[in-house]
Design a protein around this ligand. Structure first.
Ligand code: FAD
Length: 443
């Protein structure tokens, strides 16, 4: 059995490790077009911000360590074609320029996503960056060193994490967002405002409702031209979204879903026999809406990879789907969400209602206690939980979101949440935790 994996980060490496463990006799080979495998891209903003010492710290396992475990890893090898009928891939060795044909019995596409680069961002100007992988991070780091004024384009979680990181490095930061508020796709408007306020308290100049038209500069970028005027900047980071890398899938005759990502079943199998797909390039089932979604995040990517690995090696594992859980930090605030926001629920014509509770995360009398806001959303009538959004002044306090995430996967109700026997001691929560208070109000 020869298992070929395309892409060597979260999904690809989880799959390779699992397949090799499940079936030690299988020959598992990973082709990665970049230089690094098995690293945590999620840590990139924290290296830029100085909270993590080096990009090397993000690497969980080197190719040599993977080879010692019996997994063939070939970096700087790009898969340029798939012949699913013949069971072969075409591989370009980027170092030598040589092309070879490699056979497979099972193939995994774990090709991830690429950052969206609007036309104005396709430039040779120095100082213009995206952030997806370690080389992007190294290039950004080199630019940060000589820069004074940064402009971050995009108010999603990566843009927000970078704005904070660049402030920590002493740069002035302007954050441009096309939509009416930051974190627009994560939170309801009431909570977006709180995030924007925190960015401003952190010294970020936030400008929403602004469209970028182009860049200025010769050799190096000097500014961002917008419909609201020129923003002077000697460093520009473009964080306006990602698109799934599906070219190989298309070439192999693999079906894409409505989201534009690869369509798979719960075993991570595509419509082409023997070809699997996992990670950011792949759709998943949303367990609340039962619709197919494309939510490119770390845990689902690892989990899909694990499932694909077991199945490619002859086992029977299933990916349960996602509930859209996400979390990030912006300066002093922790921000988390799971399930649907009220806005998203209404867009889906669900009969949704939300309650807001602002309280303290620990017992009010305890010195460690800080404010926390919970917005809990449920379905009128049935009481079924639909989602939760949390903003807390102790970052860790919003990890409570996991309680709701676990219930959402089981179609739990507000009553189920209210009945949960949560842990309590004054330095951790109030006796009636803010989640219980919100559940009580919702049911
Ligand atoms: P990727 O990590 O994109 O890896 C795909 C790999 O495939 C790439 O290395 C690519 O070079 C390779 N490849 C593509 N095509 C080919 C080819 N033809 N031949 C060979 N190789 C190929 N997620 C969270 O859950 N929480 C976070 O806090 C978080 N923060 C993030 C911060 C940043 C800055 C970034 C960039 C991402 C963050 N993520 C976060 C997302 C998380 O990193 C991804 O969900 C995860 O990396 C997806 O893994 P993957 O293996 O599916 O894809």
């Amino acid at each position: 059995m020869r298992i070929v994996v395309v892409g060597g980060v979260a999904a690809g490496m989880s799959a390779a490790s699992r397949a090799q463990r499940f079936s030690p006799d299988a020959r598992v080979v990973v082709f990665e077009r970049g230089e690094y495998v098995s690293y945590g891209a999620c840590g990139l903003p924290y290296v830029i911000g100085g909270e993590v010492d080096s990009f090397g710290d993000l690497v969980a396992r080197t190719p040599e360590q993977m080879r010692a475990r019996g997994i063939g890893v070939r970096v700087r090898h790009e898969v340029t074609g798939v012949d699913a009928r013949a069971g072969t891939v075409t591989v370009l060795d980027r170092a030598s320029g040589r092309t070879t044909t490699e056979p497979f019995d099972r193939l995994l596409l774990a090709t991830g996503v690429s950052p969206v680069r609007p036309d104005w961002a396709r430039t040779d100007l120095e100082g213009v960056h995206v952030l997806r992988d370690i080389p992007d991070g190294e290039a950004l780091e080199a630019s940060v060193r000589g820069a004074r004024r940064a402009c971050v384009v995009g108010g999603g979680y990566i843009g927000l994490e970078l704005a904070e990181a660049l402030r920590a490095r002493g740069l002035s930061v302007v954050l441009l967002e096309k939509g009416p508020e930051v974190a627009g796709r994560m939170l309801d408007p009431q909570l977006q405002v709180q995030v924007r306020g925190e960015l401003e308290r952190g010294g970020v100049d936030v400008r929403c409702g602004v469209t970028v038209q182009g860049l200025t500069g010769r050799g190096r970028v000097t500014g961002v031209q917008t419909d609201a005027g020129l923003v002077r900047a000697d460093l520009v980071v473009v964080a306006v979204g990602v698109k799934p890398n599906v070219e190989l899938a298309r070439a192999a005759g693999v079906r894409l879903g409505k989201t534009g990502a690869v369509a798979v079943n719960a075993r991570q199998e595509t419509n082409v026999p023997g070809v699997y797909s996992a990670g950011d390039n792949t759709e998943s089932l949303h367990r609340v809406t039962r619709r197919r979604v494309h939510i490119p995040l770390g845990l689902p990517a690892n989990r899909m990879g694990r499932v694909a690995g077991v199945n490619m090696a002859g086992g029977n594992a299933r990916f349960p789907g996602v509930v859209g859980t996400g979390i990030f930090r912006t300066f002093e605030l922790g921000v988390a969400r799971t399930g649907l926001t009220q806005t998203e629920a209404e867009e889906l014509d669900l009969n949704a209602v939300s309650v807001d509770v602002t309280s303290t995360d620990h017992a009010g009398y305890h010195g460690s206690s800080r404010p926390i806001h919970v917005r809990l959303t449920g379905e009128r009538g049935s009481g079924r939980l639909l989602g939760a959004q949390l903003i807390g002044h102790n970052h860790l306090s919003v990890k409570r979101v996991d309680v709701v995430a676990a219930l959402l996967g089981r179609r739990g109700t507000a009553q189920d949440l209210f009945d949960a026997d949560l842990a309590y001691a004054p330095p951790f929560s109030g006796v009636w935790d803010v989640l219980l208070v919100a559940a009580d109000r919702l049911h």
